[in-house]
Design a protein around this ligand. Sequence first.
Ligand code: BGP
Length: 473
Amino acid sequence: SLRPFPDNFLWGAASAAYQVEGAFDIDGKGLSVWDVFVREPGRTFQGSNGDVAVDHYHRMEEDVALMAEMGLTAYRFSVSWPRVLPQGRGAANEAGLAFYDRLIDALLAQGIEPVLTLYHWDMPQALQDEYGGWEGRRVIDDFGDYCALLFRRYGDRVKTWVSLNEQNYNLSNAYLLATHPPALADRKRFYAANHIAFLANARAIQLFRQLVPDGRIGPSFAYSPAYPASCAPADLLAFDNAEEFTNHWWLDTYCYGRYPQVALAWLRQRGEAPDILPGDMAALAAAKPDFIGLNYYYTLTYTDNPPDGVGLQRINTTGQKGSTPSSGVPGLYRTTPNPQLETSNWDWAIDPTGLRIALRRLTSRYALPVLITENGLGEFDRLEDGDQVHDAYRIDYLRRHLAACQEAISDGVALMGFCAWSFTDILSWLNGYQKRYGFVYVNRDETDVRDLRRVRKDSFFWYRRVIASGGRE
Ligand code: BGP
């Protein structure tokens, strides 16, 4: 029989600063790399940007009231680094810090645990200009100082922290696919930037131990468990390569301070391995996280890819089903559609069992608690007469993924909570505003983009019942 969700289970929802706040140049905020990137032609779906987003910066009280109405017990949000440090370092912006004070206090007043993400991709443009952001070792100190500022300011009230959000996905887009800033395609620089980001993550954890000794911290990882396309040995080898290069490279390094050795040897032979300085690996090994943040959306299925095979390809950003090409690394692996699984309109495989597998693999390999920091379904939603949104597909998706969580708990996974992505509809980085994830619809009328009124979807009322019943709904 299934074990119930524990009493202290966090029933949450998640967001990120750039995707909700708007107010991109208000109250002394500096520019992030995204504020600049979205202004370059052709970077995002129909040029969409987060200048206004869903204006959470000005509607925070209204949004927290909706969270309270829904019964959330946790809310995951990120702090915008350039909102609090406009130049990335140096003088702090008191107005920016005060915004997060108000948010945290509003959450606590409603009994909602704040889960604070330190970095959700909005590198200060000033640091990108000065030394290339994650490519400059100086960022380890600057990120550490930024984190220490937040630990000192909020550590009395915020006890659950996420260090880096999806370093793997963000830097793959930034340095391999040229789809996030600084939009490069350079494998050597990709591994170099990741190495420095790992060191910055470790520095943050080390400072956290001193400044918030009673808190817990971990990175959020975009985990797409790998499946082999068949039982052919060549496919199993491709699957093995995918696990090493797309998952263990990050997870082993966060949790053990150790790069997967076969992958490291492969990269060294090609001159793509990061430069590891004396002391680096010891610093990584000394900063084991308290938990793993799991962002789970889909599994990926892999098949053999010859040395002259396909390279990495961009994802479907249009919502036209079936427009995602096979993507891979020649000589290692390439993706192939899984005929067993249905997909969303953006071709993301819908696979609740994959979530159970992800949770089990993390638990067995790393022996750490897991917090699901993101899971949800992005779809076209339709606002119907009388302000209703009938998102039965989202309820079905979340219900099946929560059932997988309960099975994983019964398997022995120490699952801390579930943060659905997202609370309100928000900006999707590359897919614009048409790909919606929220429990709360945000109206973006073509003729009046500043309407932005909040409408409870059917999933809002469903999740409220789930929370009220401790997951028995
Ligand atoms: C994750 C990000 C989120 C969010 C989510 C949905 O990669 O951490 O910020 O955007 O994916 O992705 P998308 O908006 O591309 O559908």
